[in-house]
Design a protein around this ligand. Structure first.
Ligand code: SF4
Length: 259
């Protein structure tokens, strides 16, 4: 790529600086994840704006979510395979199919992620109904109220994530070393505890990808708020026309209020 094009593909927005506290190789990797996410999102959003139908728009946007997931999974897998500490860290991770304590909390997601998840849910009537039935029960619940309500994510099926390959980055990047502690936090969310131990590298990678994607939205004058996953997916399922309105610069998604 020529220098002019490389500069044009560098995010212009004033987003938080993620590039502190890492070694040179890690900094370079994070910067490339962020730049790659920005470039891919900019191209796909341009395609979505030119698309002739709501489903073609959704597909172009869902591809942004899918590519970020691929990059995150690849980078995490490389860490496990190629670093000295990787195998020991991988062996300590407690997350496994059927363990879903963390699937009873609000999930903060980008608009692009909820469009990607809605593109999957719309093809499965039971999943669609589950999201639409659960959204009103969760409306307005802050993080603590949601945990206390003990309402499971509507995308859980038989105890496992039914959209595992397409799950948002918040879910994908959360890797716990202690399932018992996750259970305790669900059962007694207000108890004073030390910070939970988690493997942080996927979260840092996910933040870099999100930063690039959100910067592309900002630079294209698109609503870049984060949304609560169930509310955001329900918004798309109720009215697929919100995608076109969002691409036209409107702000049709309810922004997530953490507290
Ligand atoms: S999307 Fe999947 S992993 Fe995330 S909270 Fe819902 S069921 Fe759990």
């Amino acid at each position: 790529m020529g220098e002019a094009k490389r500069r044009a593909a560098t995010p212009k927005s004033d987003r938080p600086d993620l590039e502190t506290g890492f070694n040179d190789a890690e900094r370079a990797h994070l910067a490339e994840v962020r730049r790659g996410a920005y470039r891919h999102a900019t191209a796909q959003l341009g395609s979505a704006r030119r698309a002739a139908s709501a489903s073609a728009q959704a597909d172009a946007i869902a591809a942004i979510h899918a590519e970020a997931a691929r990059v995150l999974d690849t980078a995490t897998g490389e860490f496990f395979r190629t670093t000295r500490e990787g195998p020991a860290i991988e062996a300590r991770i407690a997350c496994k199919k059927g363990c879903n304590f963390c699937c009873h909390v609000n999930v903060e997601a980008t608009i692009i992620e909820v469009i990607g998840v809605a593109a999957v849910a719309v093809k499965d009537p039971a999943l669609r109904d589950s999201v639409l039935a659960t959204a009103p029960r969760l409306a307005g619940l802050d993080a603590l109220a949601r945990v206390k309500a003990r309402v499971p994510c509507p995308l859980l099926r038989d105890g496992a994530c039914s959209i595992y390959a397409d799950r948002p980055r918040s879910c994908r990047a959360l890797t716990s070393y202690d399932a018992k502690r996750c259970e305790e936090e669900l059962n007694d969310p207000e108890a004073a505890r030390e910070q939970r131990r988690v493997f942080t590298w996927p979260r840092i990678l996910a933040a870099a990808a999100t930063d690039g994607i959100q910067s592309a939205c900002v630079d294209m004058s698109l609503q870049d708020a984060t949304v609560e996953l169930t509310q955001g997916v329900a918004t798309v399922l109720r009215d697929p026309g919100v995608i076109a309105r969002w691409l036209a610069g409107e702000s049709p998604f309810p922004a997530y209020a953490k507290t």
